[in-house]
Design a protein around this ligand. Sequence first.
Ligand SMILES: NC(=O)c1ccc[n+]([C@@H]2O[C@H](COP(=O)([O-])OP(=O)(O)OC[C@H]3O[C@@H](n4cnc5c(N)ncnc54)[C@H](O)[C@@H]3O)[C@@H](O)[C@H]2O)c1
Length: 287
Amino acid sequence: MRIAVTGSSGRLGTATVERLRAGGHDVVGFDLAAPAGQGFTRVDLADYGQTLDALLGVTARHDGVDALVHLAAIPVNGLVPDVTTFHANLTASFNTVFAALRAGVRAVVCASSITAMGFPFDEPPPYLPLDEDFTAANTTYGLVKVLEETMAGQLVRWDPGLSVTALRFTNIVTPDDYGTFARAGDPAYRRDLLGSYVDVRDAAAAVELALAAARPGAVVYDIAAADTGLTIPSAELARRWFPDVPLRRELREFETLISIDRARARLGYAPAHTWREEYAAGQAVPR
Ligand SMILES: NC(=O)c1ccc[n+]([C@@H]2O[C@H](COP(=O)([O-])OP(=O)(O)OC[C@H]3O[C@@H](n4cnc5c(N)ncnc54)[C@H](O)[C@@H]3O)[C@@H](O)[C@H]2O)c1
């Protein structure tokens, strides 16, 4: 399959391009900060003309794509004014997904975020483990993720052949980040993430699985590691952080408080990396 990946020079984009190429796919990367060379084109997704043209074809690169992975975004509030985060991200996402629809691309996978489901959880979640049925935004960044998911639900009605999958990633961790898990025994650590994290390689694997499972319609999946990032048992974390929030089922010792059941069941998502091994390995190897 030939796949366009936006945000291909970023944290998740780099790992996703690597993963998809390793899976035998022909990948074209679109980014503002594209490294020169075969397989990459510098595209500003704020410009609809550039976006549509780049999806339809790029001389010496490709003559059309089968699928789109949309990862480009300003990845957090605070880097630019909140209003700029809103305008930039919503514009880039509308341009990209609408261009895919116009270009006849039928499989789209987009990066959503747990900021679409209540991060930083100053207000307690309604239940735990928290799943895809709950939506709440508290920042302009999260608001765009909610709007993107909503937009996907409408655009698939306009084109019954279109598939849009939104992957709600939690905090994405690269192998270089595992040193921060030295704080895993601190109950305040990752409280705003419900204790969660996801290894960038598992996040990239989820993208590949979502492409393989693409069916007409819009669907949302939570993507997190199978465990929390803490050494405190999950049931105790839930009690300590949210004493009045109901647990929907008994939790395994360090089970994630962000449910990945849907991704496991429908995508075959099976996170392979845990900080419990990665952190120990990092301690053994001086950096
Ligand atoms: N990093 C996380 O913890 C995390 C968590 C949840 C969701 N996400 C989402 O995953 C996606 C990827 O995040 P990341 O951490 O790799 O971010 P990143 O900042 O590392 O990469 C984003 C890339 O998008 C590119 N980009 C931004 N605006 C662009 C534009 N107008 N045109 C072309 N390229 C543009 C940037 O140049 C950058 O290379 C984003 O949608 C982000 O919101 C990230």
